[in-house]
Design a protein around this ligand. Structure first.
Ligand SMILES: [Zn+2]
Ligand SMILES: [Zn+2]
Ligand SMILES: [Zn+2]
Length: 473
């Protein structure tokens, strides 16, 4: 039992740890001296367990929380500085924008306690299939009908799938359009924009009840050198002006989607009409919902979205026929495209993304110079654990001077290398009871974090990752 408890603690209550057998040695890169060795046979259970690192909360609650914390740290470093990003980054214009999918037909939805689609009695029309185009029900969040079309036959599922397939390209073109708009405002050639400014962003995709993704994006305007380095962001472009440029540029961005086959037509795809752009200010926190967002809030939102995925659409064992229909349409279009275009075509690959409802983009993406990377944060954690283990072994204290710089240093600055030989044995605990214990421990850890955060203050409540929020203050 002790061996199991130690192992569980070492993988931070991961639900499906990876089991490895083998050994490794830590070597001084300059002298070649072997500093320490490790063999899995010496591990508490005789096998090395490593956390699975999965981002999705329903697969591994513990690792998903680590991912959310890292995402939070990454996002907030780009908003308020920290993790080697200069604090001056907070002075640069910053937006929080949500890009939605357009409507492909009337759907049910929860409207904050109000009726779904009320119509006056004399205004109640039916679709050509005889189905009502109104709904007086009040849907609660999580209602299986939320996001379902009022008429599945009227709803343009094929176009919805095509939109989802092309959404990453739509986003790419939006970033290009924004660059062009910023260059225009600063009256420089687009090719010379880099000498005056640079635009950095971080974004996450979130599935809506309809099965379509929204993009939530942080968009930051930096000076030519990047965040807080060299010249500041151009004074001619403040937050509200940048927001106006996004609102102007985004609606005009389109992608022309080729037809699936001869039975189909090409489509012009664009964003939905609701493009919400808000300025983020580092100013004081406020309970006024119309006030500008604060860095802690946006980092919390993005970190929360980053751990969600398509599984959230199914709720707790819930059957949602419209999500199944979306998936079926995706599969059907992939088949048609395969028959018509053959192996080479882009649409051919749609079949591989049916489980994601045709969305093939990454959940979280960021531009190169937005802030620190997830990889650097993971490396820092591994280095910290190695330091702590070394300190326990030798009794030497951990030197905290300049610690963050050393933890986040690039690999080139690394003075030790780890060489090893490992064999993959499998994934998961030895039996269901062990997995249940790990899940229970993860839930307890989460409750404890929550309790600690609630005691501190009501800061960022509702983001679900309050354990990490102190890093912004
Ligand atoms: Zn895990
Ligand atoms: Zn309804
Ligand atoms: Zn209809």
């Amino acid at each position: 039992m002790d061996a199991f408890a130690d192992t569980m603690a070492a993988v931070h209550n991961c639900a499906r740890p990876v089991r490895l057998a083998g050994s490794s040695a830590t070597v001084d890169a300059r002298t070649g001296e072997v500093l320490s060795t490790f063999r899995s046979a010496d591990a508490p259970l005789g096998v090395l367990y490593r956390p699975c690192g999965n981002r999705r909360a329903h697969i591994c609650p513990a690792c998903s929380r680590t991912y959310a914390r890292d995402t939070f740290a990454l996002i907030s470093a780009g908003v308020a500085g920290g993790k080697r990003v200069p604090e001056q980054v907070a002075d640069n214009p910053l937006l929080f924008a949500t890009f939605t999918a357009p409507s492909f037909g009337l759907v049910h939805g929860h409207r904050g306690g109000k009726p779904c689609r009320p119509r006056r009695r004399d205004d109640r029309t039916r679709c050509p299939h005889g189905r009502p185009q109104w709904c007086t029900a009040v849907h609660e969040p999580g209602d299986a009908r939320s996001g379902a079309p009022l008429c599945p036959e009227c709803y343009d599922t094929a176009s919805a799938v095509m939109w989802q397939w092309h959404a990453p390209e739509l986003w790419r073109r939006t970033t290009i359009a924004l660059r062009r708009a910023v260059a225009g405002h600063l009256e420089v050639m687009e090719s010379a924009l880099g000498e005056r400014a640079s635009i950095q962003y971080a974004k996450v995709a979130e599935y809506q009840d309809r099965g379509l993704v929204h993009f939530h994006a942080l968009i930051r305007l930096d000076g030519p050198g990047g965040a807080g380095i060299g010249a500041p962001a151009p004074a001619a472009l403040d937050g509200p002006t940048l927001a106006a440029l996004v609102r102007e540029a985004a609606p005009g961005v389109t992608v022309l989607a080729e037809a699936i086959d001869d039975e189909d037509s090409p489509r012009v795809l664009a964003w939905g009409v609701q493009i919400d752009v808000r300025v983020v200010t580092p100013a004081h926190r406020s309970d006024d919902p119309t006030a500008a967002l604060t860095p802690g809030q946006v980092a919390g939102y993005l970190a929360k979205y980053a751990t969600k995925d398509v599984s959230g659409l199914h709720g707790e064992g819930q059957h949602r026929p419209h999500v199944a229909a979306f998936r079926a349409a995706c599969e059907h279009l992939a088949d048609r495209a395969a028959r018509h275009h053959g192996e080479e075509h882009d649409y051919q690959r749609m079949g591989k993304w049916v489980h994601m409802l045709g969305f093939r983009g990454h959940f979280g993406t960021k531009s190169r110079r937005y802030s620190v990377t997830l990889g650097a944060l993971r490396r820092a954690r591994a280095r910290w654990q190695a330091m702590a283990a070394e300190s326990r072994r030798t009794g030497e204290p951990i030197d905290t001077r300049d610690l963050e710089r050393r933890l986040l240093a690039d690999d080139e600055d690394e003075t030790t290398v780890v060489v090893g030989s490992w064999t993959y044995l499998g994934t998961g605990w030895r039996d269901a009871a062990e997995e249940a214990l790990a899940l229970a421990a993860a839930a307890r850890a989460r409750e404890y974090d929550q309790w600690r955060a609630d005691r501190r203050d009501g800061h960022d409540k509702g983001t679900g990752i309050s354990g990490a929020t102190t890093s912004t203050r």
